[in-house]
Design a protein around this ligand. Sequence first.
Ligand SMILES: [Zn+2]
Length: 339
Amino acid sequence: MNAEQALERARDAGIHRLRIPTPFAVGRVNCYLLEDEPVTLIDTGPNSGKALDELNAQLESLGHSIDGLELVILTHQHIDHLGLVEIIAEHSGAEVAAIDVAVERIANFGEDAEREDAFAGGLMLRHGIPENVVYALQAVSRSFRGWGAHARVTRPLRDGETMEFRDRRLQVLHRPGHSPSDTVFWDSERKILIAADHLIAHISSNPLLSRPLDGSDDRPKALAIYLDSMRRTRELPAEIVLSGHGDPITDHVALIDDRIAKHDRRKEKIFTLIEQEPRSAYDLAQAIWGNVAVTQAFLTLSEILGHVDLLVDEGRVEEHESDGVVHFAAVGNSRPAEG
Ligand SMILES: [Zn+2]
């Protein structure tokens, strides 16, 4: 089965992919219309007039409308997926469903974005990213905020619960990693998984560092969490995985195995660099990606720390702090870290 056939099978099951534009490098975001009872939209696209117009047009071409939506399901907290939710809920009166642990986060979007930026800024400085880079990135993040929005979740979902529709049942599965709130929806009868950004065919979903949903400011081990989530998804006998960006996945086991192997190789590469000399996460990112470590400092920091977490857990790497900056050293390597 190729991607086109997978989309056709999804359409036969009343699931229509809507491709909504975003201002972000990732390009369009996939939202899904579920023609069922209730009439359901999974994710909304970002908060922009262009996204709203396109959503409207694509719903109309399928004989639906924003006003006719009865339920909006949010797959995770990222703004390219939920920016239009409040506008849609106001127009249609639709219920808004999301995983229970994300409800507060989604309700306090503005305040939360502020805290998320502070968290990211602190982390970046602690891991050796220069101040001017941190400030520049925070300005970019602030300028993107308008594409998000807060939303009142009227229907909190529990991990493992089953949502009942007229024509289907969807099991709610919390799969944190890419973000702490990632949720996938499993139709075991049709063997279709609606996975949003948990699994994307053409991009390796980044386990982005984010504040934990419990309100603490401890840095979560995002990659370890994500690998665990992928292993659980691997066990599902899915035939079609519908993603938040790009085309459907028709062999998720091979894709997951490939991603896990790639992470393993990257982890070993990072270990080799740390073995040569103690380095900060920023040093490591520059050694691997060069200038991308500057322009995409937070993304690459997330990636490095995710792998270093695994090495620390394996007892191969340890952390040293001097002058407020963390360096990683191979265990048993006695050379001191340089500030
Ligand atoms: Zn996304």
